[in-house]
Design a protein around this ligand. Sequence first.
Ligand code: AMP
Ligand code: GLY
Length: 460
Amino acid sequence: MQKANQMHTSKRILVVGSGGREHALAWKLAKDGADVFVAPGNAGTARQATNLPINASDTNAILAAVTEHNIDLVVVGPEAPLVGGLVDALTAAGIRAFGPTAQAAQLEGSKIFCKDVLHTNDIPTATYRQFRSFEQARQFLEDREDEPVVIKADGLAAGKGVFVCGGRDEAIAAVEQLRCDPQFQTAASGILIEERLDGVEVSVIAITDGRTIVTLPPLQDHKAAHDGDQGPNTGGMGAFCPAPFVDDALLAEIEERILVPTIHGMRRRRTPFHGVLYAGLMLTAQGPKVLEYNVRFGDPECQALLVRLESSLVELLDAAVDCRLETLAPPRWNDGASVTVVMASEGYPGPVAKGQPIRGLEQVAALDDVAVFHAATTPASDSPDTVLASGGRVLAVTATGQSLARAKQRAYEGVKEIRWQGAWCRKDIADKGLRHQRELAASEASSAATGMPLPAEGTP
Ligand code: AMP
Ligand code: GLY
């Protein structure tokens, strides 16, 4: 991977964040010819961009860096600075920024706000009740039938404030866990009890300027830590794109019944939404329903998307910031598919050991169709060429291929080259998509075999 071609005409873009999503953004923006800075970045972003030692939550330092480095556009990766008002501060200072305002970011920052937007605009979602005290939530569970429910703490909880429960006892235990865990004392300023939905989960991500949406190809994330969707929830252990569960007709329905009414609803409540609208959806027997909204690219979904994007991301983000998406040609995607496999440190999603040297990055760099995005890495202080693992999700090995099967094979060929002490990954990323493709092919073959010839036109 080469540093960006630093021509005097290139756009100067600052990406805020330090994970695999931000590495993928920096990689693609640099590929499009931009001069990219990342705050704070990681050992991977340093290869395509200039890392600035600034924390993503340090608004004043980000404002100063924009002036110092003559930045044209700021792209905010993670949710916390968005919910914290970074885009508001940048916009107030006359700086172009991609992402929603703090108020609009409440769509992710508050599950109660999100449900209110969905409910007011008749957007399909699980039925729910909202409580302001643990006692009321518990009483409600004791008084109603013993049914599967989902307990959610309001507020950002880094994916940990959601409990999918088989029945009443589990649900009461979840409410008790929220009550006792100091981590949830702020997040649980409100509690939601939701109907538990069944179906296939998919992610549909759109870029919007508040009026027009550009819907990106559907994906599937893998939230559980272990193969077969077993084990604790994580930030995401892998993704594939496109998700074959969503055909063009279903994608059009998701736009019409979910994404567009959300954008209109946000404008009507005077919290217009700009940036990335990420819908986490359950495909139920009654149609697609919203599980949650995120207000930023998913991680690792972003990595799986951007390796397929052939047209310019710089132009897409610029058009969104300047409210002219309507005039932009639709983005172009490569024909095949992509698969991202996250490699994690021993112990993730719990506490992890840090500082192990990672081997094999040069070998994998030589593989065609495979890109390694760094999520939690740092250069060794005594040897800048040595990369150390510095967190839970460490690398996102991402491959493209003519088919989903080929992309999976290439991604795991990349994984095989890389090692550090305690490294692990899921072995079944994309398998649900491959199974679905096989089932579709089998059902098409059997309907072709049993299909009755249509009567000739005009026969009674
Ligand atoms: P959220 O942070 O709201 O997306 O929830 C995290 C995960 O919990 C989702 O990806 C789903 O797997 C699951 N989940 C959330 N809400 C529901 C629901 N109403 N029914 C079933 N599963 C859910
Ligand atoms: N991979 C899930 C997320 O980014 O929220």
